[in-house]
Design a protein around this ligand. Structure first.
Ligand code: HEC
Length: 111
């Protein structure tokens, strides 16, 4: 019986912990907002609208960017070490390596 309670308790802890992780905002999403990426890119799939009212169009939506690029590519692109149509990303990334990686990690999940 003791073992039964131990197993039940362990399972309960795992369920509560899992729910907390699932509910918490991905750190990459928080950083995405913090670094103002949304002034040029909406992420409609995550409910993020473009924030710059003067943006003429919304062709840079990143809703499915993870389909085309993996985390490593995204991180390198933000560092201007990869190109799209022969051009590096127009915006210089001002954060740390860790911040760049956490954003890239999140973006790579958008499929
Ligand atoms: C000043 C506007 C601007 C800001 C701010 C900006 N970007 Fe961009 N981004 C662009 C433009 C323009 C392109 C398209 C470049 C091209 O096609 O050559 C682009 C392209 C991209 C792409 C490639 C998309 C694809 O499908 O190839 C990714 C990924 C990206 N940006 C992520 C980010 C992230 C993350 C941030 C915030 C750290 C950010 N951008 C901030 C203007 C911006």
């Amino acid at each position: 019986m003791k073992l039964f309670f131990k197993i039940t308790l362990t399972l309960l802890i795992l369920i509560v912990f899992g729910a907390a992780v699932a509910l918490a905002e991905h750190e990459g999403l928080a950083k995405y907002k913090y670094f103002g990426c949304a002034s040029c890119h909406s992420v409609k799939s995550a409910g993020i609208e473009i924030t710059d009212p003067s943006a003429k169009n919304d062709s840079l939506d990143l809703s499915t960017v993870g389909k085309d690029h993996n985390k490593e590519w995204l991180s390198n692109y933000l560092k201007k070490k990869e190109e799209v149509n022969g051009k590096t990303h127009p915006k210089v990334f001002m954060g740390t390596k860790e911040e760049r990686e956490v954003i890239s990690d999140w973006l790579s999940t958008l499929k």
